[in-house]
Design a protein around this ligand. Structure first.
Ligand SMILES: [Mg+2]
Length: 235
């Protein structure tokens, strides 16, 4: 009988809701630019800056898996277009630092921290994110053995590398691992493709219905330990 050893977790919309977090970080980012780059703000509204960033990605699609670099490079380009010339690189890096610092101010979902602490006593916990949240800046990181980001590996979920990295770190086979996340393609299908089990987190107002490929689903963190035990009992 195999035993569940690894629990890998998505972060955004699984441990916290991402929309309010990103919204506040975007606000802090733009407020910083109002102070530091008035010529850019005169040229780009927050919405126009977002559109500029998306256009930049169309021209540099390889940045899709390097979302922090994407934000820095596209802002540098917008600063150059606003007349900042050689200062643009330093200014873009400083503005990104404001964004990424605000990005870490997450509000954990109810009961999440206590349940993670409980689970960490019996399983290896690893976080796998396509985003640029930095788990190491949060107190809950003490419950995790490792955290991997797509931008560090150069490959995002649903591709296999993040999942395989977690399995390698935990030293277990796919059948001994459960991935927990909200996104059907990235989390559920991605985990299933490498042979792991998958539990669907359903916390956002527009969360998709329980997916047939998901072994379990939950919308209250207190439910998770029992769901893991039920999965274990079927192995
Ligand atoms: Mg997510």
């Amino acid at each position: 009988m195999s035993k569940i050893k690894l629990l890998s977790f998505d972060l955004d919309d699984t441990l916290w809701l991402s929309a309010p977090t990103i919204h506040k970080a975007e606000q802090a980012f733009y407020q910083h630019l109002q102070q530091s780059a008035p010529a850019l703000v005169a040229k780009f509204s927050p919405e126009a800056l977002r559109e500029h960033r998306l256009r930049y990605l169309s021209a540099q699609p390889n940045l899709r898996h390097h979302i922090s670099q994407w934000r820095i490079d596209s802002l540098r380009q917008a600063l150059i277009e606003s007349g900042y010339g050689e200062q643009s690189a330093v200014m873009a890096t400083a503005a990104f630092e404001v964004f990424i610092t605000a990005r870490q101010h997450v509000l954990l979902l109810e009961h999440c921290a206590a349940v993670l602490e409980e689970l960490s006593k019996n399983y290896v916990l690893i976080s796998l994110t396509n985003g640029n949240a930095d788990l190491n800046r949060l107190a809950i990181s003490s419950h995790f053995s490792a955290s991997y980001r797509a931008e560090e590996l150069g490959a995002a979920k649903p591709a296999a590398p993040l999942f395989l990295q977690a399995l390698k770190h935990a030293g277990c086979s796919p059948n001994e691992g459960i991935h927990i996340g909200d996104n059907i393609t990235d989390d559920i299908c991605g985990a299933k493709d490498v042979g792991m089990h998958a539990i669907q987190a359903r916390f956002t107002a527009d969360a998709p219905p329980p997916h047939p490929l998901a072994d379990q689903h939950f919308n209250d963190w207190r439910e998770l330990p029992a769901l893991i035990r039920q999965l274990q009992a079927k192995l």
